[in-house]
Ligand binder design. Structure first.
Ligand SMILES: NC(=O)c1ccc[n+]([C@@H]2O[C@H](COP(=O)([O-])OP(=O)(O)OC[C@H]3O[C@@H](n4cnc5c(N)ncnc54)[C@H](O)[C@@H]3O)[C@@H](O)[C@H]2O)c1
Length: 207
């Protein structure tokens, strides 16, 4: 297990990375009040929602399970999150938790940026791409028929918890998308890392 820190002054946050880190000790300390809105999708929910609920024992947890897919990353599905927050009377101390890939993460982050002019959110990325890219940096948003990610905001999470164990259920094509992103980082920033990532990728591809 490793914890990295994104240093942004009073908006700094930890990234906990490891196997089996979907645990209370890595999540509960970053929840300000008693209320939690868990946002996930109908693919990830049957796989990991129960584990997360165990880690959230003691909090008032409400949930939104979105349909899976980029096609639903839009304003009308974003509104389902607001509907539930209002129906369950969540106040300004609520914490939104994104359990899923980049689509769930972007939508939950944007909902957190907007709800009552901004509330806390935690990223629990479950694809390799979202673990190495979209869960960090605070870019959030939804698509518009006129363009991808056209409606959004910068809103940093209060914590990111990346459990590498959840990658075991990820389809190969999604794993490849994440590894391609990692190889790209090597190309841009670090020769040695690039060759290491390529070797890992070639090894996995021929296994
Ligand atoms: N905010 C940012 O900085 C940023 C950066 C890059 C990409 N993005 C956005 O991220 C999105 C793409 O993210 P993505 O590649 O994670 O796609 P995704 O969220 O659509 O997930 C891919 C598929 O994997 C499934 N899945 C997720 N976790 C799983 C698991 N552990 N086991 C089995 N299935 C699982 C999902 O349900 C989905 O079907 C795009 O909308 C893109 O715009 C955002």
């Amino acid at each position: 297990m490793q914890t990295l820190r994104v240093d942004l002054g009073d908006r700094s946050y930890p990234i906990t990375i490891g196997t089996g880190v979907l645990r209370q000790e890595f999540i509960a300390p970053y929840i300000k009040g008693k209320q939690v809105m868990l946002v996930t999708n109908d693919t990830v929910a049957p796989l990991y929602k129960e584990s997360l609920l165990n880690a959230l024992a003691g909090f008032q947890v409400d949930e939104v399970v979105l349909p899976d897919g980029e096609a639903y990353k839009d304003i009308s599905h974003l509104n389902l999150i607001f509907d539930q927050l209002l129906a369950k009377r969540h106040n300004r101390t609520t914490t939104l938790i994104a359990l899923g890939g980049g689509v769930v993460g972007d939508m939950t982050g944007f909902a957190a940026a907007c709800y009552q002019r901004g509330v806390n959110f935690i990223q629990i990325p479950t694809t390799l791409l979202s673990q190495v890219d979209s869960s960090v940096g605070g870019k959030t948003g939804v698509n518009h028929p006129a363009g991808k990610n056209m409606i959004g905001a910068f809103h940093q999470p209060v914590a990111v918890v990346a459990d590498t164990q959840v990658l075991n259920t990820l389809p190969d094509v999604e794993l490849s998308a994440g590894i391609a992103e990692v190889i790209k980082y090597g190309l841009i920033y670090d020769d040695a890392f690039f060759y290491l990532a390529r070797r890992e990728y070639d090894g996995a591809a021929s296994a």
